[in-house]
Ligand binder design. Sequence first.
Ligand code: SAM
Length: 243
Amino acid sequence: MSWHASVLTIYPAMFPGPLGHALAGRALERGDWRLDVSDIRSFALDRHRSVDDTPAGGGPGMVMRPDVLAAAIDAAAAAGPDRPRLLMSPRGRPLTQERVRELAAGEGAVLLCGRFEGVDERLIEARGLEEVSIGDYVLSGGEIAAMTVLDAAVRLLPGVMGAADSHVEESFEDGLLEYPQYTRPQVWEGREIPAVLVSGDHGRVAEWRRAERERATRERRPDLWAGRRLSSPSRLDKCDGLK
Ligand code: SAM
């Protein structure tokens, strides 16, 4: 059975959107993953198809109702009950490559896209939702966040990336950012490709890339660098084995 994503949204026409193109789109066509999109409004309880109501305690905006959302989640979960249920939320845990890898290794995911001021807190507790943030900024809705999660996970599914696109040396895979990349022409606007990369000496190329990865991580992401140095020896051994 292929990796199964169920997206719950009030804007179903937004999907597959970018996920219908390029790597993810070809994988979808091949059946490497499956995408179901449900319109939350079809689970509304009134003839106006309302999914939101005013916030308890007052304040601006509207809040998505727990009863309507629960019906949508339960219907999606029935088609794959062991999948994690993710709520896109700026209050959630920031998405990491490690979590993406775990998601890709599972059976799929149910992704709930918030709108308005967000969702009733009781729903999060009652349905055990995992709140996922894609960064410290506020989007107008969870759809683009859900697409981000799906794009990151789908490219890691078996067979989706060819060997040529191998991801073992990519940013974050072993706690380091990637090395800088170059291609032809060898000289462009007076700038040359670093000589070591055209030397044909694979050992020196590997050493240069490793040093560049460490330098970029130290300079650009001291948080990642510090986390890596604090990692257990077994993790460091594993990382070093990827060289
Ligand atoms: N009032 C909320 C707050 O201040 O935290 C923001 C709600 S936002 C306008 C509407 C929806 O967009 C959220 O419920 C969530 O689903 C989605 N969203 C916004 N920013 C996000 C982020 N950084 N990561 C994931 N989802 C996000």
